[in-house]
Design a protein around this ligand. Structure first.
Ligand SMILES: NC(=O)C1=CN([C@@H]2O[C@H](COP(=O)(O)OP(=O)(O)OC[C@H]3O[C@@H](n4cnc5c(N)ncnc54)[C@H](O)[C@@H]3O)[C@@H](O)[C@H]2O)C=CC1
Ligand SMILES: N[C@@H](CCCCNC(=O)[C@H]1CCC=N1)C(=O)O
Ligand SMILES: [Mg+2]
Length: 264
């Protein structure tokens, strides 16, 4: 899994606030309100413990602090354990944590110790970034509002395409790994997007790849909306400017809030 760097997290607090404003403009729901709607849950004064984990690549600078900011920004009670790993787990539980947030290099999870619910960052990230697009108000020409392009069919992109299908969208998919495209197309009722065979532009585009410039001019319309957890950003500033593209992208907080609502 692509690991965040402290640089990716440098402006996370501003990005979370700015993206929340954009999400509200596009969907009429705040991020918090949208999470309540899609999960049907609400916080109830849960105490959230964030446990730094030293496994694998070890602690990532600002990672725990970014989670704490997210928890507190949305009105919840949170703390980062002084100890790491198992000692941190013991500290979290003895200090009365209701929900634990922790990540190694393979999984970032939220676990609710009271109701047993557990959530995975890749699944919850794919879902919330897809739901933001699903709830975004249609383009001027309305019509193609139910079409969506999904770029990147990995651990985040796949839960996203499942969300779009559940919300009755016409899902067009692309991935540089053609074996993956064929695998997905054999499993889900999706259209394989082929810019050579059948060029098509989209009002709504979802991207979850670790590459820049995955969104080409040929798929864009005026005022397209790009919803992407992908890092680095998959669309150039030039194309954003030229097509007045609205971009929802944030490195960690949006996915984290989705995880918390999944375990309330
Ligand atoms: N912002 C956030 O909250 C989060 C961001 N991420 C980021 O999302 C991205 C995707 O994560 P995962 O799904 O776990 O990765 P993954 O490796 O499971 O999937 C990535 C997919 O993108 C495809 N791909 C690579 N280059 C491509 C290109 N040029 N065009 C189309 N497809 C291409 C790969 O073939 C692969 O199928 C990563 O950059 C990761 O860091 C992941 C979790 C949370
Ligand atoms: N063990 C480290 C955290 C490692 C997180 C690695 N996973 C990612 O970077 C994923 C999560 C969202 C996007 N990428 C610590 O506790 O500081
Ligand atoms: Mg995020």
């Amino acid at each position: 899994m692509a690991l965040l760097t402290p640089e990716d997290l440098a402006n996370m607090t501003d990005a979370l606030v700015e993206n929340d404003r954009l999400i509200t403009e596009l969907t009429t729901y705040s991020l918090d309100g949208l999470c309540r709607k899609i999960y049907g849950t609400a916080p109830a004064k849960e105490k959230v413990a964030i446990i730094p984990i030293t496994a694998g690549g070890g602690i990532i600078g600002s990672f725990s602090e970014s989670l704490l900011f997210t928890v507190q920004h949305f009105g919840m009670d949170g703390f980062i354990t002084e100890n790491t790993d198992v000692a941190g787990w013991y500290e979290a539980v003895t200090k009365g944590a209701d929900i634990i947030l922790m990540a190694d290099d393979l999984a970032y999870i939220a676990h609710n110790l009271r109701n047993g619910k557990i959530a995975h960052n890749q699944i919850c990230t794919g879902r919330i970034y897809a739901e933001i697009l699903c709830h975004a108000k249609g383009g001027k020409d309305g019509g193609d509002d139910k079409d969506v392009l999904v770029l990147g069919l990995g651990k985040v992109g796949t839960p996203a395409l499942e969300t779009f299908l559940n919300e009755k969208f016409n899902v067009y998919v692309f991935d540089v790994d053609s074996n993956r495209v064929n695998e997905i197309a054999s499993q889900y009722p999706v259209f394989k997007y082929d810019s050579e065979k059948e060029p098509k532009s989209f009002f709504k585009i979802f991207e979850a790849t670790p590459c820049p410039d995955t969104i080409s001019e040929s798929v864009l319309k005026q005022n397209s909306i790009v919803s992407t957890p992908g890092i680095p950003l998959g669309i150039s500033d030039e194309l954003i400017e030229k097509y007045n593209v609205r971009v929802v992208q944030e490195p960690l907080g949006i996915g984290t809030l989705s995880m918390l609502y999944a375990v309330f």
